[in-house]
Design a protein around this ligand. Structure first.
Ligand code: PRP
Length: 211
C-alpha cells in the first residue's frame, strides 16, 4: 500500500481533525499533544502525520513534501497555492471578520488603517468596498492593534468571540465563514489516486459519524 503523508495545521484544527481521523479508523497511538515530536505514524503504518504551522501547510502540500494537508480556508484564500482542494471537513468553523471598537465608523476615514494576519484578504475586502486602506501585517495577537492605536480595525478570524470580548472589541462586519479543508498535491493525486481516494472515502465516512 502507498504511504501517504498528511500535513496538519498545529493549533485549533488539530484536535478536531485527529478525532475525525479516529472516526475514519485512522489512529495515531504514538501521538501526544505535549510531545515535541513532529512526525507520527498511524497504527496501520501507512500514514505519516506531520504538524506544521498553519501558514506552512499549503507550501508542504504544493511542493510535495506532504501528499495531503488539513488547513483552514482562511489560509487557502490568503495565499492560494497550486493544489487540489477536495473536501470541506466542516470542522474548525469560524468566521473571517472586520473587528474594532463598538461604533467604529470605517467609512468616515480618508484612509483606514487595518491590522491583519491576512493582508491580502483585508486589502481585497476594503478595495471591493472602495475604501482606501493602509494594511499592517501582524503575525499574532492582532487584537492589540486597535487597543494601542496601531490600527483603526483588524481583519481576523473569530471563533468563540472571547478574545474580542475580553479586549472590548466587537465584530463590525463578517467577511465570510471559514472551515477546515482537505488539500492534495496534484502529482500525488495522479500517482497515488486509489490510495488518496480510499483515504478521502474513509474521512467522508468519519464525517458522518462525527457530525
Ligand atoms: C486566533 C485569532 C484570534 C482568536 C479568535 O488567534 O487570530 O486572536 O484566535 O478566537 P476566539 O474568537 O475563540 O477568541 P490564535 O489563537 O490562533 O493566536 P494568535 O493571535 O497568536 O495568532
Amino acid at each position: 500500500m502507498d504511504t501517504i503523508t498528511i500535513a496538519m495545521a498545529k493549533g485549533r484544527i488539530a484536535n478536531e481533525a485527529l478525532s475525525l481521523l479516529e472516526n475514519s479508523g485512522v489512529l495515531f497511538s504514538d501521538f501526544d499533544e505535549k510531545s515535541r515530536k513532529l512526525i507520527f505514524t498511524d497504527n496501520g503504518r501507512s500514514i505519516k502525520l506531520i504538524f506544521v504551522k498553519a501558514v506552512d501547510v499549503p507550501t508542504y502540500v504544493e511542493l510535495g513534501a506532504a501528499d495531503i494537508g488539513v488547513i483552514g480556508k482562511d489560509v487557502v484564500l490568503e495565499d492560494p497555492k497550486d493544489v487540489y482542494e477536495l473536501l470541506d471537513l466542516g470542522i474548525g468553523k469560524c468566521k473571517l471578520a472586520v473587528a474594532g471598537f463598538p461604533g467604529e465608523k470605517m467609512i468616515d476615514k480618508p484612509k483606514l488603517t487595518v491590522a491583519s494576519k491576512y493582508p491580502n484578504l483585508a486589502k481585497m475586502h476594503f478595495e471591493q468596498k472602495g475604501l482606501r486602506t493602509e494594511i499592517i501585517k501582524l503575525n499574532g495577537s492582532v487584537e492589540l492593534a486597535p487597543l494601542l492605536g496601531l490600527a483603526d480595525c483588524i481583519v481576523d478570524i473569530v471563533e468563540t468571540g472571547a478574545t474580542l470580548k475580553e479586549n472590548g472589541l466587537v465584530v463590525l462586519e463578517t467577511i465570510r465563514e471559514v472551515s477546515a479543508r482537505l488539500i492534495v498535491n496534484k502529482a500525488s493525486y495522479a500517482m497515488k489516486t486509489e490510495r488518496i481516494q480510499q483515504f478521502i472515502a474513509g474521512v467522508k465516512k468519519g464525517l458522518e459519524v462525527y457530525s
